[in-house]
Every structure is written in C-alpha cells, then in structure tokens.
Design a protein around this ligand. Sequence first.
Ligand SMILES: Cc1ncc(COP(=O)(O)O)c(C=O)c1O
Length: 386
Amino acid sequence: MNDFDYLGEGEVYLDAACQSLRPRPVIEAINSYYTEHNSCGERVKYKWGVETDEKVEATREKVLKFLKLSGRKYTVSFTLNTTYGINLILSQLKADCFKKVMTSEIEHNSPFLSTMAFSERTGLPREVMKRNEDGSIDVSAYDFADAVVVINCASNFDGRKLVNIKEVVKAVHKAGGIIIIDAAQAMAHSSDILHGVEPDAICFSAHKLYAPSLGVIVWRDELATKMDVGFVGGGMVDDVKIDSYLLSAEGKERRYTRFESGLQAWGEIVGLGAALDWLDKLPKSAWKNLEANTKELYEFLAGSNKVHLVNSKPNPTMSFYVEGLDSHLLGSALSREDIMARTGYFCAHYYLDHVLHLPPLIRFSLGLHNRPEDIEKVKKVLAKII
Ligand SMILES: Cc1ncc(COP(=O)(O)O)c(C=O)c1O
C-alpha cells in the first residue's frame, strides 16, 4: 500500500501488535500540527489554538463513532498508553465500593500487574479467571458481586478474543461489579467485538491503531462516582482557593479532564483523528489482503511439524516456537534478512511461561501494511532456516 511507501525494499515488519506502522496521512497530520498550528489546546484563544481545539474535539467524537458508543453516556480522555489508563483508573477507585478484583490468565502484564497493585493498595482479594481455548469466560464459574474486573477482549500472543464479551459484561453489571476492558489488541483489527457492549471503561493504545503514541480511556460517566480524585494539576479545574479546588469534570462539558491533568499530546491526538479517518476510508481490499496474508502465513506454520503454534486458528497475531531452535536466535537470524519479529513472552509471562510452560516464543503480528511478497519472503527464509 502506498501509504507505507517509506518501508525499504525487502523490509518486512511483523511487529504490528506492539506498534502498527503509521500511514503517510497520519504522519502528515502530525507534521501539520507542528508546522501549522503548534499550540496548546483548551486554554489558547489565538487562531492556532482554535484549530487545535477543533481537531482534538473531533478526535474524541471519532473515537466514540469508531466504537459505536454514545457521547451521552461515555467520555473520551487521553493519556499515555493502555497501561497508564488502566493504572490511572485502578489507582483512584474507592476501595469501599468493591469486594474483590478479577482478571484473567491470558492478560498482558498491564492488567495483570495493575490488578496486583490494586489488591495490595486496597487489601481486597484478587482472582485470576481461566479463559477457554476460544477466549471466552465461563460466567457461571465466577462470582462477580461488587467486583472490579479488568480483562482483555483480544490477546497479544494469539489474538484470542473474549467471544462472549456481552455475556461477561452483563453478568458483571448484574452482580453490581464494574468491568474495564483492555482493548489494546482489539482496536486495530477486531474492534467490532466491542460494538453493542457497554463496559465501564475501555482502555487502548493509539500506537497499535495506526496512530501516534497515545493512550485512550473511554469511560462511562457513572464510573466517576466510584472514584476518588488522586492525580491532579493544570487543565482540570474551574476555580482554585488557598486549600481547595473545583474540578471542571464536575460538569458534563469538560468531563474528560478528570483523567487529563497537565498539557496533553495535542499533535498525537490530531494524528489519532487522522488514523481513524484513514481506517474509515480504507477499501475492503485492504482487509481482504490482511486476511489472505494471515491465512497464508498461518497455514505455512501449521503445516510444519517442527513448528509449535500457540494459536488454534489464524489471526494476524501468531506465536510459536520451532523445535530445537532458540527463538531469540531465530529472531536474530530473521532480522539479518530484514524480517522484524518479536521474541520472548511478550509481557504475558504468567500464562505462556507458568501455565503453558512454553519456551520463549517468536511472534509474527501482521498489519495492513504487509504485502503478499512479505509473506512469501518469510516463508522462504523460514523454510531455509528450519
Ligand atoms: C493486550 C495488551 N494489553 C496492554 C498492552 C499494553 O500496552 P501499552 O504498552 O501501550 O500500554 C498491550 C501491549 O502490547 C497489549 O497487547
């Protein structure tokens, strides 16, 4: 695709699950912020600031549209990344509103560790739920009464989805709990799993969605009633006295400021808006190409009796190890051929190392930038090495 024309001849980037490549229009949007209206948002009355405000506001609306959520119920706040967003919520939740914290075994360290820290801070017990091979959770096996549930809706090592997400969210709400969805891996290629679902918060990283480095928290307005305010500063207040302040977030209009203390990454927010426009206009053929590349590579790996795949079905993110080969050495060998892939446990140490007892793995994560010739090259190089 022309939008990734900066990729060198023969360079194959297979680390989209970490950071997707940014298409040209996104890079241009960031450049236009720096060269045409480099201003602070929210506080600035001169014309550059007005343009920044308009674009930042438009990005909030595009995020809601992308997720098919209503601005009457949900607010979009910007932060650093998924990890920061989850921690920002958990670290301010009022302990006396809850009885326990729950997560699942296939989580990235981001929810896995932050739920541990929440449990340590509040003294509430923590429970780690099992995930079925299809990614679902058996809701009848768990008591969600007054629980804080933090789980992903797509994994970062095999793309496994929380296929019964609607049932899980319903069960948690029925029992009086709240649920925070880690959508870091779902947003780029399977955001439809979030449609028609109304969790208490969705956290994701724009850098995995063809956008610049940025975190997003999409949160239900009632969540604020279960939170203390513990992270404060500029941009959040309407009035300040010698030992008190009035938060702007108390009114609906600037509710997003609750998670946005200090200056924001205005250029990156503008870039996220451009990425959502780019995705919106993407031809069907781009998705078909990703699907075909995924199938081709998955079938090649599944067809080798030396390759042990974690995936049970094709997904743009696939992890595996090759019998008798150290994955880190294999990763270096691929790198010498200009094939960029990740090795190790991809921040899912608990499940991959201590539940499945797997050796360090190699992960191929495809994106919309990949061309069929990339897959042919990977197959050829791997076949030679194996
Ligand atoms: C499922 C999942 N959750 C959370 C994260 C953390 O994202 P970040 O490092 O952008 O905070 C990742 C990153 O790969 C992820 O894949």
